[in-house]
Design a protein around this ligand. Sequence first.
Ligand code: ATP
Ligand code: MG
Length: 515
Amino acid sequence: MRAACYVRRVIKVDHHSSLLSVRGVKKRFGPITALRGVDLDVAPGEVHCLLGQNGAGKSTLIKVLAGVHSPDEGELLWHGEAADIDGPQSAIDLGIATMYQELDVVDGLTIAENVFLGHELDRGGLTRRADQAAKTREILERLGHGSMSPHTEVGSLSAAEKQIVSMARALSHDIELIIMDEPSAVLDTEEVDNLFRVVHELTSQGIAVIYITHRLAEIRTIGDRITVLKDGASTASNLSVADTPTDVLIQHMTGREVLNVFPTRPGVPSGAPVLLDVDSLSLDDEFDDVSFRVRAGEIVGLAGLVGSGRSEIIETVYGARKATSGTVTAHGKKLPRGSVTAAIAAGLGLSPEERKSQGLILGDPIYKNVTLSSFQDIARSGWLDERAERRATDEQIDALELRPADSTRAAGTLSGGNQQKILLARWLVHGSSILLLDEPTRGVDVGARAEIYALIRRLADAGNAVVVISSEIEEVLGLADTVLVIGDGQLLTTVDSSEIDEHGVLDLVMKGTAA
Ligand SMILES: Nc1ncnc2c1ncn2[C@@H]1O[C@H](COP(=O)(O)OP(=O)(O)OP(=O)(O)O)[C@@H](O)[C@H]1O
Ligand SMILES: [Mg+2]
């Protein structure tokens, strides 16, 4: 089902009929220059890909277009005429809708309330609510999610489902341009196919899309033209997707050549001790009878679709959810069910899937976020030694190439990919020997990705046990020694990663979910 993709449309971009033109846009945040001169041209009906490393300025640029930030310099032209986007409403009035990188749906409201937030249909009370629900249902169906109810509260949805709500909200407006900031980061293969179908439908109606992604393979499927940002400036504009090889794109983004290869697997030494032993673990309504072992030096990868139970399994191993039955043994010691404290004391560390709600305190400096779970180690004689915290953090900033390399910066001001690195750094500082990493490269750029792969491999080679979840099957297969394929809360198979390929995994997953 996924092999079938779309025949690329050969679009003739008429430069005289540019929908949106950005000229020399600059934006500073206090001492930080986020944009130092950006040009961008978007034609009607095209998919214009915006590429750049973490911190290059992509999200800042789209927030300027969405009216969230006002630029310090530069101009915006809409249909060839100067446009003043002085707030989110004026962007929407022009016909620009935005899906933000950090999903901004409101948990306490229903799907329909979120979709119509700020532009409620003007009719009183009950009729309005019924109308909004009906309209929302229509949009959800168009998005291929007719089974989602408009009345469901958004707080109970997964990240992928929230993404769909965010897209539904964008489509509830009358738009000519939709901006998608890393929409695929929270989606699995099947959902990405669905997203591409929607993008295709939009562009065939003449709606333009600005598409941001770190997965370069995606732009081959849906992109028409590319603009590359580097250090806040556009370094290449209007490249044609068809004529620009990936290594050239990477050159533009990084200024160097990056070989995105997975590190070699030395093989788990025979006789390596089992550090983590999960036996018949079950959690009612989530997953059933899952058993696996991870030895020192081994990377075990969990593959499966979003919602298959992968995250629930490792959260239960970690004690954040209380298992209904089964046992988790770490370093030979059986862990009490549902106790994170006991898990951490036994050497477990979890880097969660959703950094915003589960991981980071955005207002706190980087070093406080990094040392969050290890303050017992760092605190000497009862008070927190801030210098020790910073020293430990600085080592990890170097190792992970965190940018900016300033541990006093508030975590929330960092780019998405760099926030991900803070979460990894946390467990490295803590010295966990059993690392559970849920989507460790989500939103991470090509350069940093290769570094994170190498880093995870080094951690395993140093004798740690690592469990990795990734929605990118290629990543699981490239990184892990052993692959567990999960479908619908069941462990479908445990296999040496050299003995299975992407199709094999997908086949299993599809059969598993259909059953
Ligand atoms: N509100 C803010 N205050 C201070 N600095 C900011 C703010 N927003 C962004 N920045 C800085 O501006 C630069 C560009 O960030 P931006 O989020 O636009 O990057 P990005 O290209 O979207 O990266 P990623 O791929 O990681 O999402 C970074 O150095 C970031 O730290
Ligand atoms: Mg961004």
